[in-house]
Write a protein that binds this ligand. Structure first.
Ligand SMILES: O=C(O)CCC(=O)C(=O)O
Ligand SMILES: [Fe+2]
Length: 237
């Protein structure tokens, strides 16, 4: 495995990932982060100087657990992750806009996209570290933080399933117009990630593409502690 995370991301089979995103809306990534990198990211949780705010999920009825938004500038490893995923995902984002008959608006690099967020008053960083203990869960939701949003986000599970925790499956719910909703359960090994839609996705129908709305969450952690790293590309109001 290449040392630098940017190289590991560049070495992913993007042809296949792009196809999978178009076909099913989300795409699982192999274990891209090493166990040591996962441990190091988990260890940041207790360093208050790295975070701009901490949310107790129960307080807002978002679920049971806690999460912390990293302060900008992000830790270098996380910055590299966010920047390296963006260009390929921007291609998919623009293709999806095109399929829905909209103008392709996403710039090719993350700094250019963030500049746009900042111009619109979305200046607060959004990547976050989540921690759930036994009994914890994350309600189905969307991570929209203003009018400007990037249509994909990436999550990495940092803890080891069946060793550090049980339960705690990643959930995606797809709501199609005039139809019942479809659920997906995605099992993620330690260091593995998932690319999924922030808001909606185009689905090919008999009369062109229509929009399906997606929400995501996490099922109940039945034992242990589960940490995850959420990479959201737009900044927040
Ligand atoms: O803990 C998870 O796997 C999901 C976290 C989440 O909601 C996110 O990354 O936006
Ligand atoms: Fe989320």
């Amino acid at each position: 495995m290449p040392e630098r995370i940017a190289e590991r991301i560049a070495a992913l089979d993007w042809m296949h990932l792009q196809h999978t995103l178009d076909e099913q809306g989300f795409a699982a990534l192999p274990s891209l982060l090493t166990p040591d990198e996962c441990t190091e990211m988990i260890a940041t949780y207790t360093d208050d100087s790295l975070f701009r705010s901490t949310i107790d999920m129960a307080r807002y009825r978002f679920g049971i657990g806690q999460y912390r938004y990293y302060q900008a500038p992000l830790p270098p490893f996380l910055q590299q992750l966010r920047e390296s995923f963006y260009p390929e995902l921007a291609k998919a984002a623009n293709r999806w806009l095109d399929q829905l008959g909209q103008e392709a608006i996403y710039p090719t690099s993350l700094p250019a996209f963030l500049e746009h967020c900042h111009e619109e008053g979305q200046t607060r960083s959004t990547p976050l570290l989540l921690k759930y203990e036994a009994g914890g869960y994350n309600c189905l939701h969307q991570d929209l933080y203003g009018d400007v949003y990037f249509p994909f986000q990436v999550v990495f599970v940092l803890s080891q399933k069946e060793v550090d925790y049980t339960g705690g499956e990643f959930l995606l719910m797809e709501q199609r117009p005039r139809a019942q909703s479809r659920g997906h359960v995605v099992t993620l090994e330690q260091g593995a990630g998932l690319i999924f839609p922030t808001n909606h996705r185009p689905v090919a129908g008999s009369r062109g593409y229509y929009r399906a709305t997606l929400r995501h969450g996490v099922s109940t952690i039945t034992s242990g502690v589960r940490y995850s790293l959420g990479i959201i590309f737009h900044d927040a109001k």
